[in-house]
Design a protein around this ligand. Structure first.
Ligand code: ADP
Length: 218
């Protein structure tokens, strides 16, 4: 059966999730307390409703308990975001993803049982900072407070060398998990794999090791 989604809060973040899910053919119930926002999504989402998500009765009547995955994308109003998450949890929603404003907000969300907590501005800021430091860093994905995955375009220093020549694991403690050559992707590169200029390496490691790697080889 097709999964159903709910998006609460149709600001830039929630709105973008709603548009993308709808574009992919998903069933989406969009909710916002602001009439103009709801009107904007009437034609996009399967259903768009005006309601206050901290109103328990409204959530019940709208059938939120039958939705598989709800995204709480309320911006500045931390109180409303927390209360909404709590109500959805109590209603028995299977999966709840919440946008957190800061670390305190995150801690509370963890305590009340949000399944997934995201920090879109913070994460995007980090990604952009890494691509500003080096235009060869194409993407940066945080795995935890200490570990990340980074996508790096091979430059002059790597050109024509094999992974064994570069000795990345021993020198930096990072692992090359995949190499993209144009459209092809090799997901378990061998030590004798030669890197061509502009190949893309996907590397996993501790942030401090990735940082050394970026400074010395990228
Ligand atoms: P962003 O930073 O993603 O643009 P905003 O703060 O602009 O986020 O948007 C958050 C949205 O959440 C707004 O459209 C606002 O009307 C909506 N919102 C805030 N509180 C509630 C609530 N209690 N119930 C429903 N919608 C809410």
């Amino acid at each position: 059966m097709k999964k159903s989604y709910g998006v609460i809060g149709l600001g830039r973040f929630g709105g973008s999730i709603c548009k993308e899910l709808s574009k992919e053919g998903m069933e989406v119930l969009a909710l916002d307390s602001d009439e103009d926002k709801v009107n904007e999504y009437k034609e996009i989402a399967s259903d768009a409703v005006i309601a206050n998500s901290t109103d328990e009765l409204a959530l019940k009547e709208l059938g939120f308990r039958n939705i598989d995955h709800v995204i709480v994308a309320i911006g500045d109003n931390i109180h409303a975001s927390i209360l909404t998450t709590l109500l959805l949890r109590e209603l028995g929603v299977k999966r709840i993803t919440v946008k957190a404003q800061n670390d305190y907000h995150q801690k509370i969300l963890e305590k009340i049982g949000a399944d997934e907590i995201v920090h879109p501005e913070r994460d995007m800021g980090r990604r952009i900072a890494h691509s500003i430091i080096s235009s060869n860093v194409l993407d940066y994905l945080e795995l935890s407070d200490e570990y990340s995955v980074v996508e790096i375009k091979a430059g002059e220093k790597m050109k024509g060398k094999t992974l064994a020549d570069l000795d990345i694991r021993a020198r930096f403690g990072c692992n090359v998990v995949a190499i993209k050559h144009g459209k092809d992707i090799n997901v378990s590169p061998m030590a004798d794999e030669t890197i061509s200029y502009e190949d893309v390496l996907i590397i996993i490691g501790a942030d401090k090791d990735i940082s050394r790697f970026e400074k010395e080889l990228v």
